[in-house]
Write a protein that binds this ligand. Structure first.
Ligand code: NAP
Length: 252
């Protein structure tokens, strides 16, 4: 029987690549923010990839009640031996201290930080051993004043993960963090559109973001997904409590 892995953020650019990297070896529980994303992802999995070994739930990472509901649903379905959890939910609000307001901070805290806390708190209850992987960000290692919120939230996630790795070791659960730099997903477009107001400069912003990358290109989501696949598998059993940067090696 295949092991089960939960992916929170399964419809995102990195999330979908992780789904694709795991489908051959795992039964998947997929968490997505909206009903529309659930329908789209189901269509993609069943009609394009011919994959049916999954369950899908709508869950807002900013809403504690959603976690309780999904956890109860899983318990009722007698799902109790989850071997992996991946969190890849997130968004980025561009801006430095004076550009962002209190509601931006609070919503990022609720979704990007508390969403991680809730993902581990609720779903690790269904684990007796295994591996948790958090997709965080290179800003956790190299914070910048803009985007100040992402620099702060990723730093908080990084420390939370380290504390969790220590707490979970007695339960045979590993906790590792992956820190990408700019990756070719819809998030890049969301960032670029926050930086521009017309089509021409939008393309220019995308180009300059890409050329600022150490290797002159964005990371491919599959490059992150392959790493996650390794960290979830039992073959990486002795790798624990690490923050692994995937950023081309040079910060400009
Ligand atoms: N792409 C990059 O350059 C980059 C670089 C460093 C770190 N990261 C991090 O990598 C992770 C994945 O990013 P990505 O590039 O795959 O971005 P993405 O394509 O925008 O995916 C992010 C996913 O998070 C979901 N999400 C947002 N708010 C949510 C909420 N309240 N509840 C549940 N789901 C929610 C989004 O759903 P909706 O679309 O429905 O909102 C989307 O499916 C994020 O944590 C991001 O910060 C990305």
């Amino acid at each position: 029987m295949k092991d089960t892995v939960i992916i929170n953020g399964a419809a995102g650019g990195i999330g979908k690549a992780i789904v694709e990297s795991l489908i051959a070896n795992y039964h998947l529980i997929l968490l997505v923010r909206t009903k529309a994303s659930a329908v789209e992802l189901e269509d993609y999995l069943t009609k394009k990839l011919f994959f049916r070994d999954y369950m899908i739930f709508v869950l807002d990472s900013g809403n504690k009640d959603d976690f309780e509901r999904v956890l109860n649903d899983l318990k009722q379905k007698n799902i109790s031996n989850i071997k992996g959890i991946v969190n890849t939910v997130g968004f980025v609000k561009i801006g430095s201290l004076l550009d962002v307001d209190e509601s931006d901070w609070l919503s990022a805290f609720n979704i990007c930080f508390m969403g991680v806390v809730r993902t581990i708190k609720y779903f690790s209850q269904l684990m007796t051993s295994g591996s948790i992987v958090l997709i965080n960000g290179i800003l956790s290692q190299h914070p910048k004043p803009n985007p100040i919120i992402a620099s702060s939230m990723t730093g908080a996630v990084s420390n939370f993960a380290k504390a969790m790795a220590i707490e979970m070791i007695d339960r045979n659960i590993r906790v590792n963090v992956v820190n990408p730099s700019l990756t070719d997903t819809p998030l890049i477009k969301k960032i670029a559109s926050q930086l521009t107001h017309d089509d021409d400069s939008y393309q220019g912003v995308i180009k300059s973001m890409e050329s600022s990358a150490p290797m002159g290109r964005f990371i491919k989501p599959k490059e992150i997904a392959d790493l996650v696949k390794f960290l979830i598998a039992s073959s990486s059993e002795y790798i624990n409590n690490i923050s692994l940067n995937i950023d081309g090696g040079v910060q400009k």
